[in-house]
Design a protein around this ligand. Structure first.
Ligand code: COA
Length: 366
């Protein structure tokens, strides 16, 4: 006789399940260490450009990559008039997903799609402000040109460096939800554009890449360090989670948070007005303390999104553009995994356990 159970009874979220071998990155959640393509993130983020990091991830020569990305940006910009209303969506990730879906087989490659995403994300950022998209300058570095296109003015050297730091730091992070999604789609033999469209859908969610905009809104709502505790308590009393806190893998502070703090400090040292760092630090301290009391057995610390909000805001990007900017960096990692998955060539097809009535088999369905 079969008994019906809650469908949530076995909802493990695949925690700890190894699905792939990879050369892209390694996350040590207990020690708070992130290695991307053999380099500690704290070093890579300040010594490599985004294109140099992409070359490491794609295991291709660095030479010629900036040029290939620039050419891809120019090709994507020429396509904008043919995208219909795809970039008219109010949500940046909806717009990025819809516009990326328009790309054809000639964008099915790491350089082409990485170049295209920077153009689509920046064009959307301009259009939502009622401004015309800015054409790429293929002679510029990828990070600098993205910031220039998104803001409509040339960044200073320290600003361009800070965006490189951001894009390098978020380029890959183990088998996170969007990367796993890209691998699943690739494993079916589908194309790279489809894999990236699906990954964009996964990245959009607030439990993955959708948190940094809400983090900035939280800092705005709190206003002053003294306001942190009451605001956070009220949020938790409403049954909400604190955005930018907690992580599936890290049991200590996310190492990327420290990288972004350092990047904001470097901007301040160059006279860029950033402003929010003291408040962010006070809110982080308060949130960690409150969450420690509520969840003594579950260490909840700041994750990548917490200081993403402060860094990207300091660079003059609108909060609505934060998650699309995350995609502009993470697409490098998606492609590293797409290429690896193509080489593996085996369908990813896990099993579910049927807990309803009239089951046909005592074991997981084939
Ligand atoms: N605020 C409040 N409580 C939190 C929390 C947060 N940010 N993150 C986790 N918790 C609580 C959960 O409610 C849960 O409590 P319970 O056991 O009483 O139900 C407990 O901590 C364990 O959380 P769990 O849901 O098992 O963690 P997870 O590994 O599934 O989730 C995140 C990881 C990132 C999805 C989660 O920490 C979260 O939602 N953070 C906020 C969103 C965010 O910052 N996203 C960006 C991620 S990089």
């Amino acid at each position: 006789m079969s008994t019906t159970q809650s469908p949530n009874a076995s909802a493990s979220g695949l925690e700890g399940v190894v699905v792939a071998d990879t050369l892209a990155s390694d996350v040590d959640g207990a020690r708070g260490r992130l290695v991307i393509a053999g380099h500690d993130v704290e070093t890579l983020a300040f010594t490599h450009t985004f294109a140099q990091t992409a070359a490491l991830l794609w295991r291709r020569p660095e030479e010629g990559l900036e040029r290939a990305l620039g050419e891809a940006r120019a090709r994507a910009f020429a396509l904008l008039p043919r995208l219909g209303d795809a970039l008219g969506a109010p949500d940046g990730m909806d717009a990025l997903r819809a516009s990326t879906a328009h790309l054809g087989a000639d964008f099915d490659g790491p350089e082409a799609l990485t170049g295209a995403l920077a153009v689509l994300a920046s064009a959307w950022a301009r259009l939502r402000r009622g401004e015309r998209p800015v054409a790429p300058d293929p002679s510029l570095g990828h990070a600098r040109d993205y910031l220039r296109m998104a803001r409509g003015r040339d960044p200073s050297e320290p600003e361009a460096r800070a965006l490189d730091t951001y894009l390098v730091t978020v380029s890959d992070h183990g088998l996170n939800a969007s990367t796993f999604t890209a691998r699943v789609v690739t494993s079916t033999g589908s194309d790279g554009v489809s894999a990236v469209v699906a990954a964009l859908g996964a990245l959009k969610g607030p439990l993955h890449g959708g948190a940094p905009g809400p983090v900035l809104s939280m800092l705005d709502a709190i206003g002053e360090p003294d306001g942190a505790v009451p605001w956070l308590e009220a949020e938790l009393a409403r049954g909400r989670r604190i955005m930018g806190l907690g992580h599936r893998i890290y049991r200590v502070r996310d190492p990327r948070a420290a990288v972004f703090e350092r990047a904001v400090e470097a901007l301040e040292a160059h006279g860029v007005a950033t402003g929010r760092l003291p408040l962010a630090r006070a809110v982080e301290r308060a949130a960690v303390g409150i969450l420690r009391e509520r969840h003594p057995s579950r260490a909840l610390h700041a994750n990548v999104e917490f200081y993403t909000a402060v860094l990207l805001d300091s660079l003059g990007l609108d909060r609505e553009a934060f998650t699309p900017t995350f995609a502009v960096g993470r697409v490098a990692g998606w492609w590293a995994h797409i290429l690896e998955q193509r080489a593996v060539g085996r369908l990813i097809r896990p099993a579910s356990r049927y807990v309803g009535p009239g089951g046909a088999s005592p074991s997981p369905a084939p």
